[in-house]
Design a protein around this ligand. Sequence first.
Ligand code: ADP
Ligand code: ADP
Ligand code: ZN
Ligand code: ZN
Length: 744
Amino acid sequence: MHNHIILRDVNENNLKDISLEIPKKKITIFTGVSGSGKSSIVFDTISKEAQRQLNQTFTTFIQNRLPKYTQPDALSIENLSPAMVIDQKRLGGNARSTLGTVTDIYSWLRLLFSRIGKPFIGESKVFSFNNPEGMCPECQGIGRRIEPNVEKLFDTTKSLNEGAILFSTFSVGTWYWQKHLNSGIFNPDKKLKDYTDTEWQTLLHGKDKKIVLPLKNEPVKYFEGVIDRFRRMYLKKEINQLSNNVKKFIILSHCTACNGTRLSQEVLNCKIDGYNIAQFASMEVGELSKVIETIEDPIAIPVISNIASRLLNLMDMGLYYLTLNRETSTLSGGESQRVKMIRHLNSSLTDMIYIFDEPSIGLHPRDVHRLNDMLQKLRDKGNTVIVVEHDRDVIAIADYIVDVGPRAGTNGGEIVYEGSVLGLYDANTLTGRYIKSRQLIKKESRKPNGYLPIVEASKHNLKNVTVDIPCGVLTAITGVAGSGKSTLIFDEFVAQHPDAIVIDQKPVGTSIRSNPATYTGIMDAIRDTFSHVNKVSKSLFSFNSKGACPECQGNGFIYTDLAFLEDIRTTCETCHGKRFKDEVLQYKLDGKSISDVLDMTAFEALQFFEREDICRTLQALHDVGLDYLTLGQPLSTLSGGECQRIKLADELHKHGYVYILDEPTTGLHMSDITNLLNILNRLVENGSSVIVIEHNMDVIKQADWIIDLGPDGGRKGGKIMFEGTPMQLTKEGQSLTARYLRED
Ligand code: ADP
Ligand code: ADP
Ligand code: ZN
Ligand code: ZN
């Protein structure tokens, strides 16, 4: 039995006393509809328990400094190994973290230059832009400068009194405005466009900071220009530390001293075969790998072969189009996940548990086999590979399948099938049925009622693309990873049509008390109802009122801040997670307390409530397939796909907007796709235009219009390969997408 991970009687979240034996050193794939309980098994039980058991091997002294993992709700969990979760959380990192630094390839390039670069300038650390000796002294190795955007900061058609300065710190009535702008140096009623050059310069930069302001009852003051002050107060930080409000008023420009390369002139002068290290870092991985292999220098052979094999790993993962100087914070979720995978592939650890969350995200069907190779390699090194996945082509390589269902939330939480992939095809479960079926290609496409043009788009790899996005229809943007889909839509389209609404997978909810009830606004109506029926104040039923449990302030949980680690959450011992004082809980609505209501799923609540506004919102949650969530579930527990769908629920009744969604099938089971298509079609029927970036063939087939980018990724991409209906694409298309559509 040592070759299985054995779970007995697990009851985390919605799980119903499940027991399971997962073969070790094999690939096990967890399937099932969204909300069925896959994450509850894989992340909340296996991964958490592995971490907890590992922590227990340390001394008490160290344990006290580690996060406290509570024991999952299970009778027993045996035969675990250390577990590593490889998810789609962005790699993040600051401006000094690049693809080259996180993969270590840049350190190897530094070593290479220190060995054979000409002229030889020193140790490998000198070639680092994070080292004072190697960094560009002007930008301290960041490669760019953050500058105030004068055009955005001022509305020159207005006077100071009319609020010509658009950044809030300088607006009418503020301290700065009163003390400086409105204190006699400027004519506060003169429109900025009528300023003389001198006045304009004074407004921007002060006047060699020597202007003395004679203010009533005030000592003399120096006047600091708006731009100088803005720079001094707000821009002395790295870009990702700036607040979103400040970011609206800046422009990023290349550092002119190093031309964006981050390095000192001395480092840039050191070359191998005519290239400096910055030029290597700006080549696409695919090109760099060719160049590296032409270097002929016997001293460098070991270093070169090391770099070459690391570059090959990146190419094996389909990331040939990235450059080593790419900041990790700009990588997509799928790209981040693939980079993390590579870091583990090179590790010589064995008998680990690797856990993947939908690793096919962001991959065109052409590249899925690369991912499969990688998963198999990890297994063949003697590791246990556990994958949560919906993609048919990935599911096909499983050694063992665990299908969770039958449906979501309280209607899920059971193992409905375990065994081989072949057996799954015959299983009478949702996965078993849908794995064999396909959407049909849409025959009658809607006719657009107008066009939104993208004109001469040339950001990143786009080759001066001009293309019309049709209005009033469902458009799919397709193409291999790196072909330019996100750049075309998120950089170019959104810049040219700022009123488009992006419905992304970023977390929703600003406070830890946010939940589906507060997010959708029905909490207010629910409190109203409780107050009305019980004839007491509405405020009693609020999380931040006298009625809330004072111990946890209505959270139901106590959060312990662990400085550098993730906060830990324990159930409040005073209210036992009920969030309210006992006296509040005695007020009932049809026998249910406010806490009981918050424990209801949206589906249960839909049966319970009668008020029209509440039911309309609950119906929207049902329509987007989220009615298994409980009303009080913290939004922080929602996955990316769930966040996207809760945002969608908010839009279902709106008319005439332009919506953009990036891979809305993320986290969706094959059987959920019909439902997603219904929702997207409903938005279109409401007079909106919907643009989705998608790889999922079922969605592509059902779009009204397809814009396919290619032919490949990176430099070899950025062109429009096809525009038209799915029918036309299968008939006439020459692109990779066309080929895979025909084969599907
Ligand atoms: P899947 O991974 O299959 O999409 P999950 O395991 O995330 O499903 O969720 C299973 C059920 O448990 C859902 O009803 C979900 O809303 C609920 N759930 C998940 N995490 C939590 C949590 N931290 N607290 C309460 N309920 C949760
Ligand atoms: P897709 O969305 O089709 O996967 P992207 O638009 O993300 O493609 O990428 C197109 C090209 O632009 C790729 O070569 C990619 O590496 C490059 N690129 C994307 N984002 C950035 C960025 N923030 N900085 C530099 N290059 C980028
Ligand atoms: Zn510089
Ligand atoms: Zn409490």
